[in-house]
Design a protein around this ligand. Structure first.
Ligand SMILES: *[C@@H]1O[C@H](CO)[C@@H](O)[C@H](O)[C@H]1NC(C)=O
Ligand SMILES: *[C@@H]1O[C@H](CO)[C@@H](O)[C@H](O)[C@H]1NC(C)=O
Ligand SMILES: *[C@@H]1O[C@H](CO)[C@@H](O)[C@H](O)[C@H]1NC(C)=O
Ligand SMILES: *[C@@H]1O[C@H](CO)[C@@H](O)[C@H](O)[C@H]1NC(C)=O
Ligand SMILES: *[C@@H]1O[C@H](CO)[C@@H](O)[C@H](O)[C@H]1NC(C)=O
Ligand SMILES: *[C@@H]1O[C@H](CO)[C@@H](O)[C@H](O)[C@H]1NC(C)=O
Ligand SMILES: *[C@@H]1O[C@H](CO)[C@@H](O)[C@H](O)[C@H]1NC(C)=O
Ligand SMILES: *[C@@H]1O[C@H](CO)[C@@H](O)[C@H](O)[C@H]1NC(C)=O
Ligand SMILES: *[C@@H]1O[C@H](CO)[C@@H](O)[C@H](O)[C@H]1NC(C)=O
Length: 564
């Protein structure tokens, strides 16, 4: 199942071999204390035993894979700032895989005197038991390969929606039928929040320092609602409308998606043919947008078959539109690549586009992947958290028709989630069902929203912000998903200052970014040093910028399908 929700975590992982877990977690005995062992050169790993159900310890237990990148200074040093727990989103994103990629980069850009800590949430990755609805990698691969229309608008009638509905009924029933460990109903976000409190306390701290992006904002807000007095610091970035989440109605998510798409046309027109391969001399943004529409319509009539020495692919309407949609997550990196691919595709050549999506072919017997549990946990958590969706197919079609008016890309986000959740069967009655709010948290939460985030718009962040009086929203003036989509020394300065000192920006603060769409972003100068409390020098600034760029590329490689 590939519902494309938050951070595209449901998509099969493309492997970044330079930043992968290589540690054999089965060597560690699960324990009710955090018994750290060295792992992944420079990291420490532990498996924390937690109850499936904190209210009924006999229901079973899970062993949470926890990973730590220790601070540069010892805990006894006055400069030591304690652990920051990071969640990469999903739900179902592997915190272990992500932290192995990004922790040294976060240390460099945000602060090296924190322990950077993450974990694989229940059901995911190196946490046991893992969740696999279809049991074997082979059955999962066959199901994914054959079944799912990528786009709800693949055909002009409602075939795609009805087919997704039907497949979701099957997958939901199979999930319930094969839940041999009984864990499915315990995967919900409230329990993951309880696990975070447990990890924090087992590290010797009473209160949590947290940085969560994308779905990580749902996790953070849920934690804040359940444990408002256990917050030392909390940053949520790329914030979901948390009440909409618990209502299985994510209509609001695509509020800014078209604005992110318009940034492509506008940026391409501004860059001209030397910066944007899809531009012609003196193209306007509108002309570029119209040519993309014409191209997708032409491909709807006649798809483009691609055969290369590495593999083959049929570029059809759904695939092309999903690739354009995915590019909106990371405009500063992906737009130039997308422009190259579209320019070649317009000439009838799909090879460049193929190189963006080519995946290693599935090998029978490949049982090493953690991607399968990510997609399955996404289904289980996003549906299992929310109200039970009892809509008839007619009601779902009506819901989608309304929701689709929000954006030309709504099909990838909104109706789909609700349609898919209509198949889910496993609900725990005493789960936290929202609303996620708290009159007063023990420290104000720092919210971060971009002006044109394609999947977590500022409109949703404002709704969640209203649930937490005293908290502050920082706006980053950029397209892309989460503030990490672009390097902004201003945003990084506030982030670092807040985590270290608790200082908050003035309400209404907006940060510019230090990158330009379609520009050669390889060099920038000065400015961050004071904000980050570092010595001013161009080379250090560049170092931080490169760290952030690598961090966002690694986040995507762990969580995304494309090579954007
Ligand atoms: C879903 O949310 C939107 C607002 O974002 C609202 O207009 C609509 O009525 C809601 N639909 C359902 C079925 O709750
Ligand atoms: C298609 O584009 C690729 C990459 O630019 C190029 O190597 C290839 O020769 C092109 N194929 C054709 C048939 O023009
Ligand atoms: C993967 O398969 C091999 C060979 O069947 C087996 O030895 C190994 O234990 C499996 N690994 C996992 C993680 O299941
Ligand atoms: C869906 O049906 C279940 C079982 O009948 C019921 O408990 C639940 O309240 C219903 N959900 C909604 C949103 O009406
Ligand atoms: C997708 O389908 C919906 C519902 O039929 C429609 O309202 C919407 O305009 C379509 N979107 C695109 C991009 O064709
Ligand atoms: C909020 O909580 C903090 C810390 O627990 C406390 O110092 C403060 O007085 C509370 N504020 C309000 C308005 O209740
Ligand atoms: C935190 O505050 C201290 C003292 O005011 C200051 O020296 C330091 O630079 C601040 N750290 C950050 C990351 O802003
Ligand atoms: C960026 O800096 C490097 C090294 O200082 C230099 O070689 C390169 O030409 C610069 N690139 C641009 C686009 O200014
Ligand atoms: C980042 O951009 C801001 C706003 O344009 C600017 O004031 C600052 O000097 C820039 N910082 C760097 C390091 O280039």
């Amino acid at each position: 199942m590939r519902p494309y929700v938050l951070l595209a975590a449901a998509l099969a992982a493309a492997r970044d071999v330079s930043a992968q877990n290589t540690f054999d977690w089965s060597k560690l005995e699960p324990s009710t204390s955090l018994d750290w062992a060295p792992c992944n050169s420079g990291f420490q790993c532990a498996r924390l035993s937690v109850p499936f159900d904190y209210a009924a310890p006999s229901a079973g237990s899970a062993a949470i894979a926890v990973i730590r990148f220790p601070a540069k200074v010892a805990p006894s040093d006055p400069a030591y700032l304690g652990p920051v727990l990071f969640n990469p989103g999903g739900p179902g994103g592997s915190g272990v895989q992500t932290l192995v990629g990004v922790a040294p980069l976060f240390a460099n850009a945000i602060g090296e005197n924190f322990d950077w800590v993450s974990f694989d949430p229940r059901g995911v990755g190196f946490t046991t038991p893992t969740v696999s609805i279809f049991g074997s990698a082979t059955e999962t691969a066959l199901w994914n390969a054959g079944a799912w229309p990528v786009s709800l608008n693949a055909s002009s009638d409602s075939t795609a929606l009805t087919r997704i509905w039907g497949l979701a009924q099957i997958e939901g029933q199979v999930a319930a039928q094969r839940d041999s460990t009984g864990i499915l109903k315990y995967l919900t976000t409230d329990n993951v929040a309880r696990d975070m409190l447990s990890i924090t306390q087992k590290m010797g701290f009473d209160k949590l320092k947290y940085y969560g992006i994308s779905y990580g904002s749902v996790l953070g807000a849920t934690f804040a609602a359940l444990f408002p007095d256990k917050i030392d610091r909390m940053v949520i970035d790329g914030v979901v409308d948390v009440d909409a989440w618990f209502q299985a109605n994510l209509t609001i998510l695509s509020t800014s998606t078209d604005a992110a798409f318009n940034a492509f046309s506008a940026g391409c027109a501004a860059a001209g043919p030397s910066g944007c391969a899809f531009a012609r001399s003196s193209s306007t943004a509108e002309q570029i947008s119209d040519r993309i529409t014409a191209l997708t319509n032409a491909i709807r009539k006649q798809p483009v078959p691609v055969v290369t020495s590495m593999g083959y692919l049929l570029i059809d309407y759904s695939l092309l539109r999903s690739i354009i949609f995915e590019a909106l997550y990371s405009p500063y990196d992906s737009f130039p690549l997308l422009a190259d691919a579209l320019a070649d595709l317009e000439k009838g050549n799909g090879t460049t586009l193929y190189t963006l999506v080519a995946q290693p072919l599935y090998q029978c017997g490949d049982n090493t992947s953690v991607a399968d549990s990510e997609a399955d946990v996404e289904f289980a958590v996003s549906c299992g958290d929310a109200v039970e969706v009892n809509d008839t197919l007619d009601e779902l079609e009506a819901f989608y028709a309304t929701a689709a008016r929000v954006s030309q890309f709504s099909e990838f986000l909104i109706g789909r989630t609700r349609v898919v959740c209509s198949g889910w069967k496993v609900y725990r009655e005493d789960r936290f069902k929202g609303p996620a709010k708290a009159a007063n948290t023990s420290w104000p939460i720092l919210f971060i929203a971009n002006t044109a985030d394609p999947v977590t718009p500022k409109a949703g962040a404002l709704n969640t912000l209203a649930n937490f009086p005293g908290s502050v929203l920082l706006t980053q003036d950029s397209p892309g998903h989460t503030s990490l989509a672009a390097t902004s020394f201003c945003t990084l300065g506030y982030l670092a200052g807040y985590l270290a000192n608790g200082s908050l920006p003035q309400p209404g603060t907006t940060c510019a970014v230090n990158e330009t769409l379609f520009a050669d972003n390889s060099n920038t100068t000065s400015g961050i040093a004071t904000k980050l409390g570092r010595r001013a020098s161009d080379s250090e600034t560049e170092d931080v910028r490169q760290s952030m760029k690598s961090a966002r590329q690694r986040l995507r490689r762990v969580l995304g399908r494309t090579k954007f």
